[in-house]
Design a binder for this molecule. Structure first.
Ligand SMILES: C[S@@+](CC[C@H](N)C(=O)[O-])C[C@H]1O[C@@H](n2cnc3c(N)ncnc32)[C@H](O)[C@@H]1O
Length: 220
């Protein structure tokens, strides 16, 4: 079954831009580079992951505000990585690694890595009934997340699609490995976890859609 649906290379991207990106130290599109880098990554005491980083607003904010933590982020659509190249180079960030591997492929290389925080902000909602099976967050996905989480790992998820929110709550509830953290929801959770307004948050605001933010914590 496919786990990413959509365009990977932006229409206006030039071949040399993609080559430059692939040569960057902060980027990989073959898990072997991640295997190679694992020793260095493990020198950081806190590892964090963002799945579907889009324009990178959150990952860049987190990596610049927490230089002692490491941030791995995946998104198969190259637009964000191409846009972020200049930014990461000029900020000289050493604690960030981006990939265009989709999460399922990336997870094959994550053995031995356990994340403190996992961000999944506005995963594609696939609102049409016939497309719901394309949604990223399902039972299989939560199992994979369980493998790379440890006790108290925090999973932050946002969506502006109520039906997807219900699916997310139900799938996590069934798994019993995580608990829904009831102290913080929505804007309080955004503040608590210091999550900036991403492109899709702003898009939802423009459409006057309510954005929901939920937090799950791994139990054991
Ligand atoms: C609606 S956008 C949200 C982007 C960003 N998080 C935000 O809040 O603005 C969803 C993103 O998830 C990415 N995505 C879709 N399937 C994915 C997968 N299997 N693994 C990783 N990223 C994926 C898409 O390419 C897209 O950039």
């Amino acid at each position: 079954m496919l786990s990413f649906y959509g365009r990977k290379i932006p229409r206006k991207a030039k071949g040399f831009q993609i080559d430059n990106l692939r040569r960057s130290n902060f980027f990989f599109n073959d898990g072997k580079k991640l295997e190679f880098l694992k020793k260095q990554i493990l020198k950081f005491s806190n590892l964090n992951l963002e799945i579907g980083f889009g324009g990178g607003e959150n990952i860049i904010f987190q990596a610049t505000s927490n230089k002692k933590e490491f941030f791995l982020a995946c998104d198969p659509f190259l637009k964000g990585s191409l846009k972020l190249k200049k930014r990461i180079d000029s900020l000289k960030l050493k604690n960030i690694l981006l990939t265009d591997l989709d999460f399922h492929k990336l997870s094959d290389y994550l053995e031995g890595l356990f994340f403190e925080k996992i961000y999944i902000l506005f995963p594609d909602p696939w609102p049409k009934k016939k497309h719901k099976k394309r949604r990223l967050i399902n039972d299989r996905f939560i199992n994979l997340i369980g493998n790379i989480s440890k006790r108290n790992t925090k999973i932050v998820i946002s969506t502006d699609n109520k039906d997807y929110l219900n699916q997310i709550l139900y799938c996590f509830h069934k798994m019993k490995e995580f608990r829904l953290c009831c102290n913080y929801f929505n804007e309080f959770l955004m503040q608590h976890m210091k999550i900036p307004q991403t492109s899709y948050f702003k898009k939802a605001q423009k459409l006057r859609n309510k954005s929901y933010f939920v937090l799950f914590e791994k139990l054991n």
